[in-house]
Design a protein around this ligand. Structure first.
Ligand SMILES: NC(=O)C1=CN([C@@H]2O[C@H](COP(=O)(O)OP(=O)(O)OC[C@H]3O[C@@H](n4cnc5c(N)ncnc54)[C@H](O)[C@@H]3O)[C@@H](O)[C@H]2O)C=CC1
Ligand SMILES: O=C(O)[C@@H]1CCC=N1
Length: 270
């Protein structure tokens, strides 16, 4: 991987995470190029990471791997701009929600390998979940390259592309759901009379501990929940209220809405 030159086009939040992950894993700064729309952002990236900031066309010409980190609605214009420079042998990696690899294939030279990746913001602490799908012309080797790009950010998994909109709803947007729940629980703690700072400390550590149990105990979430729930106890009382308020149904509807929005983004981008 480190011998390849990677260009991150549109180094916003996610692009910067890819960039910093690669640098953390020992990828030489000299083999990294980034592009940004705003001059101030370009200067910030150059100073923070010591990487070369160029225009999109130059970055694509010099790169072996082109990571597309712009918002889906900016993608068509970017692809039209870079298509002439995407010569044979270059791999295009999309970070974009919703957009199928066929969207890229339609705008890039025939035969361009495209890999679609859905990662998430816990990449910031090396705990991302990145789901990787080969698109047209992407070989196993291309997928392996994408994996080595995203492994420094956290875990990776291969999924067939038809699952990507569901993946986006689940793990792409997922961190926001947990943040919302934590935020609501802090407010609830304040309602019960706890100082805000105490409520935050209690629930954040509870979230971290629960996440570690979910990942490391080998037990199903149901078993973990049952172990907390004493007969006629406090937890059972709280869980009944959650069921009364339709928390499960709310999550099912929320994830369906996110999946549908991913489909809509693709339809609107055409
Ligand atoms: N924010 C998130 O949690 C996640 C976002 N994504 C996907 O990652 C992509 C990027 O999202 P964010 O990083 O959140 O957005 P962002 O807005 O922080 O970054 C996009 C960047 O691209 C730049 N840009 C736009 N057009 C450009 C062009 N023609 N040339 C150079 N730079 C250009 C913008 O100025 C901006 O800095 C999106 O497609 C999104 O769907 C995927 C997973 C999670
Ligand atoms: O909200 C979004 O569209 C992006 C994709 C997944 C997370 N954030």
């Amino acid at each position: 991987m480190s011998q390849h030159t990677v260009a991150v086009l549109g180094a916003g939040k996610m692009g910067e995470l890819v960039l910093s992950g690669l640098l953390r894993s020992g990828h030489p700064a000299g083999h990294l190029l980034v592009t940004a729309r705003r001059a101030a952002r370009a200067a910030e990236l150059a100073e923070r990471y010591g990487v070369t900031v160029t225009g999109n066309a130059e970055a694509v010409t010099r790169a072996d791997i082109v990571a597309v980190g712009v918002k889906p609605q900016d993608c068509a214009a970017l692809l039209d701009e870079i298509a002439p420079g995407v010569t044979a042998g270059k791999l295009v990696v999309s970070l974009c929600a919703g957009l199928p690899t066929s969207f890229f294939a339609a705008r890039l030279p025939e035969g361009t390998p495209v890999v679609r990746v859905m990662t998430n913001t816990p990449a910031m602490v090396g705990e991302a979940m990145s789901a990787i799908s080969p698109g047209p012309h992407a070989t196993d080797e291309h997928v392996a390259l994408a994996e080595s790009m995203f492994r420094p950010l956290g875990s990776t998994v291969r999924v067939p592309e038809y699952q990507q909109d569901a993946v986006t709803a689940l793990s792409g947007s997922g961190p926001a759901y947990f943040y919302l729940m934590v935020e609501a629980m802090i407010e609830a703690g304040v309602l019960l009379g706890l100082p805000r700072r105490t409520a935050q400390e209690l629930i954040v550590q509870t979230a971290v501990g629960s996440a570690a149990m979910l990942r490391d105990s080998g037990e199903h979430p149901v078993q973990l929940r049952e172990a907390v729930t004493s007969p006629a106890g406090t937890t059972a009382a709280a869980l009944r209220e959650m069921e009364n308020h339709g928390v499960r149904a709310a999550l099912a509807s929320a994830l369906e809405a996110a999946r549908d929005r991913a489909r809509e983004i693709a339809a609107q981008a055409k």
